[in-house]
Design a protein around this ligand. Structure first.
Ligand code: ACO
Length: 164
């Protein structure tokens, strides 16, 4: 619970909200010195909505990353079937960009549903932060990945929703 509070603080969630704890699975990444370096909380979902890709303005790689970090994201209003929602994913700041989040998702895919491996297309991200969006775009190999849970989210800045 304390760990969740810390993760939520880092993510900008205002309060700890565990809608249905029995429906969630938590994965922890333990470092060699036996500290919690990563946390992933996943839940069962039925559907997600695809992020709508908007073209990036011209500019250097650095400028594009800055723009990507700041902009709100839009998503389709058409639901698509999904099985697993990533409610939260967090890696200790000093250990980021070492593949830990990617390894936690691989572990999730192999262990979320007993006896089967989730495909990337069955996974959606809850209201992603800029870091989450950059990570998901890399992991899924597209910026048009699935999102869910954005209307009832607790973060103050809500994304806009566009019809397609
Ligand atoms: N900026 C740009 N690209 C990124 C970033 C970033 N901040 N983070 C990940 N990527 C991309 C890169 O392509 C990276 O590969 P590379 O390092 O070889 O270039 C690739 O994703 C894989 O990244 P990982 O090393 O597996 O990711 P990491 O362990 O650093 O964890 C995470 C990513 C969880 C988003 C981390 O930055 C974090 O904890 N951030 C703060 C909390 C947060 O915002 N979490 C997401 C919230 S959304 C949600 O919880 C549903």
């Amino acid at each position: 619970f304390i760990l969740l509070e810390m993760v939520d603080n880092d993510l900008g969630f205002q309060q700890v909200e565990t809608k249905c704890p029995s429906q969630t699975k938590t994965f922890l990444f333990i470092s060699n010195d036996k500290k919690v370096a990563g946390c992933l909380i996943a839940e069962h979902i039925q559907e997600g909505y695809r992020v709508i890709e908007e073209p990036l303005p011209e500019g250097s790689e650095g400028e594009k990353v800055m723009f990507e970090r700041q902009r709100a994201w839009c998503c389709s209003t058409t639901p698509e079937p999904a099985l697993c929602g990533i409610s939260r994913i967090w890696v200790f700041s000093m250990m980021r960009r070492q593949g830990i989040a990617s390894r936690m998702i691989e572990c999730l895919r192999n262990n979320f549903i007993y006896g089967s491996c989730l495909s990337k297309d069955e996974i959606a991200f809850s209201d992603p932060t800029p870091d989450g969006k950059l990570f998901a775009t890399h992991y899924f190999g597209t910026s048009q990945f699935l999102v869910y849970n954005f209307v009832s989210g607790t973060r103050s800045s809500q994304p806009k929703t566009d019809a397609v």
